[in-house]
Design a protein around this ligand. Sequence first.
Ligand SMILES: Nc1ncnc2c1ncn2[C@@H]1O[C@H](COP(=O)(O)OP(=O)(O)OP(=O)(O)O)[C@@H](O)[C@H]1O
Ligand SMILES: [Mg+2]
Length: 412
Amino acid sequence: MADGVAVSVEDVSKRFRLYQDRGTSLKERLVKRGKTRYEDLWALKHISFEVGEGETVGIIGHNGSGKSTLLKSICGVLQPSEGQIVVNGTIAGLLELGAGFQHELSGRDNIYLNGSMLGLSKKEIDDIFDDIVEFAELEKFIDNQVKFYSSGMYVRLGFAVAVNVNPDVLVIDEVLAVGDERFQRKCINRIREFQDQGRTIIFVSHAAAQVRAICDRAVVLDQGKIITVANPGEAIRVFRDSLLAVEDRVNPQQVPNQDDQALPSSTNPARSVRIDQVRVNGSIPGVQPVITTGEPIKIDIDYHATSAVENAAFTFEIYAGDGSTEPVLVVRCASDEEGLVFDLNEGYNTALITLPTWPMTDGSYFLNVGVATRNEGMMFDWKEKAVMFETVYSGRNEGMLSLPYEIVLREQ
Ligand SMILES: Nc1ncnc2c1ncn2[C@@H]1O[C@H](COP(=O)(O)OP(=O)(O)OP(=O)(O)O)[C@@H](O)[C@H]1O
Ligand SMILES: [Mg+2]
C-alpha cells in the first residue's frame, strides 16, 4: 500500500445469497430436495477508493445502497466476496445500533469485552474505563444489562468505547443521528479532536450538513456502486441527482402530455410533492428577468402536494454562468440546515424565498430549486435551471461582488 494511505479498498464486491422458497414442512423439503433456490444480491460491486492518513471521508447513498456493508467490510466484520481491503493501523468502529454488544451482559462487562476485541489488555481498559463511562454519561446504569438500555444509551456507549480506545482509523455508521442533539454535538466535537490529532475517519451519514461540515471528501454509493468520489458539496449534488433517478427507476415518468401539464403530479404518484413553476421577482416563464445588484430577490416556488407532507425542506442554488463556461456556485442553501422545515398541505401552494439583497455584479446566473424531506432522505423534486436571469450593476467596484464599504479618517 502506498505511503500515507490509511485504508485501501481495491475492487471489492460483496455478495449476499438470498434463499427463497426454502421448504418449511418436512414434506415440502422432501419434494424440493436438492432444489433450494437462491438469488444473489451484490450489495457492493467493484468498489475501489483510498482514504489518506488523517483524512475524513464521508459515505453517502440512499437506503440499501451498501453503506453499512462497506463499513462492515472495512472493519473486518464481513469478508468481501471479491477484492481486498487493507487497513494501516488499528481500527474501531461504531457500526449498526447495538452491534458488538452482548445483550445479557452489563455495560461494564461490555466495555471490557469490546475493549479486548479491539486488542486492549485488561490494564489498558482499566485506564480508560472511567473516561468511557463519563463520556457515555452512563454512570448510574453501567451495571445494568444493556438489553435495558434505550437506543440513545447504546449509541453513547458504542461511541464512547470507539473514541476512547484511540484507534488510528475510526469508522462511524449513521448511528449518530440517534442520540439527542446535545450528545450529537459532543460527538462532533470529539470527531474534530480526532481530526486535529491526524487520525483517519470514515463516516456514513444521511445528513448533508454533517457531511459538509466534517468530511474532506465523500464517496457516493448507488445500488452498490460508486457513482462519484468528490468534495462534499459536489458529492451531495450528485447524491441528490441519484435520488431523483431512483424515484424514476421505481416509478418511471410518462412522456408529459397536455393533461399531465394541467395536473403535473399525476405523472408520478410516488413523488408526493412536485414543483410546477418557479418565478424570480414575478418573472413570466420564457422571459429572462433582469435583476439590479443590491435589489432583493424573491423566488416563488409553485408546488403541488398529492398528500400532506411533514418536515419538508426547500433547497436552492444560484450559479453564475450562461452555459458557455463551467458554472460557478454562488450559493447553495438547504432550509433544513438552518432548522427551517415545513408541513406542506395537500394541494397547490407556493413557497416564497426572499433574499433581501442580491450582491452579485454583471453577469448571467441560473437558479436550481428542490424540495425534499428533512436531511434529504428523499428528494421529491429538483428543478435544474428553473430560472435563468441577468444581473446589471451600476456601481464602480470591480469583481463578482458588490461590497458596501466606508472609509473614515482617524486623524491623530
Ligand atoms: N446480511 C445480509 N443478508 C442479505 N442481504 C443483506 C445483508 N446485509 C445487507 N443486505 C442487503 O445489501 C444491500 C445493502 O445494504 P446496506 O445495509 O449495506 O445498505 P445501507 O446503504 O447501509 O442502507 P441504510 O441507509 O438503510 O442503512 C441491501 O439490499 C440489503 O438488503
Ligand atoms: Mg446502513
